[in-house]
Design a protein around this ligand. Structure first.
Ligand SMILES: C[S@@+](CC[C@H](N)C(=O)[O-])C[C@H]1O[C@@H](n2cnc3c(N)ncnc32)[C@H](O)[C@@H]1O
Length: 207
């Protein structure tokens, strides 16, 4: 399968099987960070559905960034169909390892399901820290919002990605709670909190 086909396949999965996770994860991010207005950045937006929910559930202006231009073209189509508020949702192309924003720009930075693919995770975390405003907060990692949602996804996704469960288990072995904590410390982040249970793998921090 070529890259474009993979992007289309993931977008389809996101729109259908992953769909219930996005409102729940957006709510979790907003409530955990306690930030409902100002400037937000979502890194690795893919089909843009988390950014869409963040805009819907808050007064935030959300920059939704991905390094795959084709994913963003598709995201634009999907979000247009959903009637997204493009006055508060901006799609942008860029790399997590070299974010195209000045220092101290965002009140909130989040990233779901993308961090694990960043080639240099420490550099990516440093970049997130750099673009946060003093007092700004970030939540980087992955999750499904609720146990029931993850279970629903686990059952349905087998038809599309038969090895999904195995990949999730491998990721959890590779990125233990301690490993996430150490990565954050190595990025120079002070007092990171790790939210880690069967549905969550998040690094949370404040600048
Ligand atoms: C599994 S998808 C998750 C998409 C979305 N966050 C979601 O939860 O539906 C991972 C996304 O991260 C993007 N990504 C991976 N590495 C990246 C990087 N270094 N910079 C920006 N985006 C990246 C990929 O292009 C892909 O769209």
């Amino acid at each position: 399968m070529n890259e474009e086909a993979k992007i289309r396949q993931f977008a389809e999965v996101a729109k259908t099987i992953f769909a219930p996770a996005y409102p729940a994860v957006a709510r979790q991010i907003i409530n955990t960070l306690g930030i409902r207005q100002g400037m937000a950045l979502e890194v690795g937006t893919g089909p843009g559905l988390l950014a869409y929910e963040l805009v819907k559930q808050s007064e935030l202006r959300v920059f939704a960034l991905d390094n795959k231009f084709k994913a963003l073209v598709l995201a634009k189509e999907i979000l247009h169909e959903k009637g997204a508020d493009f006055y508060r949702l901006y799609l942008c192309c860029g790399n997590a390892l070299n974010l195209p924003f000045p220092n101290h720009t965002f009140d909130l930075v989040c990233s779901r399901g993308s961090f694990f693919f960043w080639q240099d995770k420490i550099k990516g975390l440093k970049e997130v820290y750099r673009v946060l405003r003093p007092g700004g907060r970030a939540m980087i990692g992955g999750g499904f919002g609720k146990k029931e949602i993850k279970e629903e996804i686990r059952v349905k996704i087998k038809t599309v990605y038969p090895d999904w469960e195995e990949r999730v288990a491998k990721r959890r072995r590779e990125f233990s709670q301690e490993k996430l904590y150490q990565l954050a410390l190595k990025a120079g982040i002070q007092n990171p909190t790790i939210i880690y249970d069967e549905v969550n793998m998040w690094i949370v921090f404040t600048k």
